[in-house]
Design a protein around this ligand. Structure first.
Ligand code: MD3
Ligand code: FE
Length: 214
């Protein structure tokens, strides 16, 4: 239910698919274990706001050929980790299969951005527009603590509403939903699968480049 008590699927924007409980407890635990093993080996990084250098409250890492990073110079995709200069680890098979099943897009994702929210961490309202390919959806998997997800329209001033995202929930944002403003208001400590270091892990699968025509 949302904050006002209406059903969660009440008039979701066209292109936003909400799949509560898409992953069962076993899949959630295996995926969390696999992702955290890869990320701990590669290392987390703390993005900072372009210009101001103010750090994000969310820690990040990436899997795949390209990773989203943010430093004093700007937001961009990079083939290497900004701290180590090494390529990102591969995207786990289970996530590639989920993309094949749900994305309705004929090419694989190139990036899995891994976000770690500790209690108190948040992500302000923003659009995801650093990719070149906008006809592919973004697919998100929530693991660990539940969180209040906020989304609005294509303009920052458009009205917003919230959805409670729980461990195992999947969201697919495609078509007209691809450029909606969205963010994370706060996480609910003590809910969902235990995450080492506490908190919430969110995975977003993204196609970054426009595929070459055959
Ligand atoms: C709606 N992550 O990494 S995932 C992000 O939970 C990001 O960590 C949030 O926003 C998180 O950029 C939200 C759900 C999500 C992702 C992309 C979207 C919702 C979206 C793109 C368009 C509309
Ligand atoms: Fe986003």
């Amino acid at each position: 239910m949302t904050e006002r008590g209406e059903p969660k699927d009440d008039a979701l924007p066209v292109g936003l698919r909400y799949l509560p409980g898409r992953l069962d407890a076993g899949s959630r635990r295996r995926l969390l274990g696999e992702v955290l093993e890869l990320v701990e080996a590669a290392g987390w990084f703390r993005p900072v706001m372009p210009g101001s250098g103010r750090p994000f409250s969310v820690r990040m890492c990436n899997l795949g050929r390209l990773g989203w990073i943010s430093d004093i110079r700007g937001y961009r995709y990079s083939p290497v980790h900004p701290g180590t200069g090494r390529p990102w680890p591969p995207i786990p098979e289970a996530l590639l299969r989920l993309w094949e099943e749900l994305a309705d897009y004929p090419h694989p994702p190139e990036c899995c951005l891994v976000n770690h929210y500790r209690p108190g961490a948040r992500l302000g309202l923003h659009q995801d527009r650093d990719e070149e390919e906008f006809t592919a959806p973004i697919l998100s998997v929530s693991l660990g603590c539940a969180a209040w997800f906020r989304f609005g329209g294509r303009r920052r001033r458009d009205p917003t509403r919230r959805l409670l995202l729980e461990s195992g929930d999947v969201l697919v944002m495609g078509g007209p939903a691809r450029l909606l403003y969205h963010g994370i208001d706060r996480i609910l400590p003590g809910t969902g699968e235990p995450v080492p270091g506490e908190g919430r892990i969110n995975l977003t699968l993204r196609r970054v480049t426009v595929p070459e025509r055959p």
